[in-house]
Design a binder for this molecule. Sequence first.
Ligand code: HEM
Length: 306
Amino acid sequence: MTRDEILSKIEEKYKQQEQPMDTYLEGLLHAKAINYWDYIQVDALFSLQKTRTDFPDEVIFVMYHQVTELLLKLVTHELEQATVAEGVTGSMLYEKIKRVQRYTEVAQLSFDVMREGMDPEQYNQFRHTLTPASGFQSATFREIEFYCTDMWNLVYTHKKEELKNSADIDEMFNWIYWQAAGIDRKTGKKSLTLQQFEEKYLDGFKSLAKKYQSRNLWQQFVQLPEEEKTDELIALMKDFDQTFNVKWPLVHLRTAEHYLEHGQEVKAATGGSDWKKYLHPMYQRRMFFPELLSQEELDNWGKDPL
Ligand code: HEM
């Protein structure tokens, strides 16, 4: 655009808003130049690492969780656009899932920062100050599930036969796979970690799941014309499913083993789950797009060694 074109567009903009353009131009004359630290909010960002002990490695634990939350936020940022838009095309879906897959891979591949990056002796001391908090309580992680797939795919595998796909969303929430981390099915009692989590987020999760049941990522794919369901798109969706639901869970589980099996005995997790079993993708069988998988892929889900 030429300078004259820019000026006339600016004039038009303020005219439409019935605002005095000259005052805004004078404001420009006095405005301070933007700088990196204000734009990125570096000081605010660096004020967020609050530790509960003096162990130097605790700050690594806090910061890496924050890094992951930001990556997950990038994922939801893309998923929200992909699921809210009307008339999503195959190429739009491909572009969005490609981004989402990239962020998820960063989370998976960088997890060694946790797995090998802290002193187990320090970890096993500062972690006691965190009970009953747990990464289990990450709402961003769960939101991704509601954006990606039908609620049915998040229901316990062994319960599906009984519910026969007829359950409504509220009923399915009683059997969502993550209840296994915090509910004693014999007594019906929920762990404090799960109680806190549900108190804060359950209503919001239910509305999200209801809102996205007909427009989640899988449903967007289903509604595409057949010729737009390309092999490339299908391969990418399967890759993302593997990365989010198998590869990340496996590196996360190996990390838990590294710290909680350090020393003589296997230690209890801060969130109190039967973590060795609960976290394994082979038992959890969480998958976003099972209809895209062959019988062999379904049978081997979660078994792949890293
Ligand atoms: C030393 C590092 C870590 C250990 C030992 C660890 C351990 C655990 C354990 C044992 C659980 C099961 C729930 C419980 O009983 O507490 C869990 C759940 C979880 N953690 Fe971690 N974690 C670590 C780092 C992280 C990080 C960096 C994140 C990133 C946000 C994270 C996110 C999660 C999530 C999302 C769950 C729930 C998984 C699911 O329901 O399938 N964890 N973690």
